[in-house]
Ligand binder design. Sequence first.
Ligand SMILES: [Zn+2]
Length: 181
Amino acid sequence: MIPLPLAPDAPQAPGQPYYDPNATGVPLFDTRGEGGRQLGRYFSIDDFARTGAKHFRFARIDERLVQCLDRVRESTGDAIDVLSAYRSFEYNESIRRRGESAASRSFHTSGSAADVRTATPVQQFAVAVYLECGCFTGLGIAPTFYHVDIRPSLVPPWGYSRTNSGRLAAARNVQRRMCGG
Ligand SMILES: [Zn+2]
């Protein structure tokens, strides 16, 4: 349970600011005044209601993502900094208009994705992710962070521009071995 009130009056119909283009059913919460509160064992509500320095009063937070990161944190023993998690549909569209890289149906808009920074090496991180979060977990390997999302399908790890091909190959090997590709 995410200990926050729902935000039924925030605009979330198709195309509206808090729309969920993936129709995940992850609830939209009102985080006003609650950002500092603990969420899971290692994180705060604010960790999940934010993309970089942009904070969202209304935010979708996927409980499965919180549990996933909690378990990965526990199993690796390394601190995990959440750089970005929820972003509103409206904000995601503005990023896309600026020409920055963001998927039109980014799982960040569903509250089901986080970009995290940790000292854990890629192979160990991938093992922890598939073991602790299951095989229906998206794993993006960026040069300085990992993207993790909870999704309804199996997908091989992907890279971004300037991702080291050896690191990406290491993650893909783990995924093939643990999840059968
Ligand atoms: Zn991401």
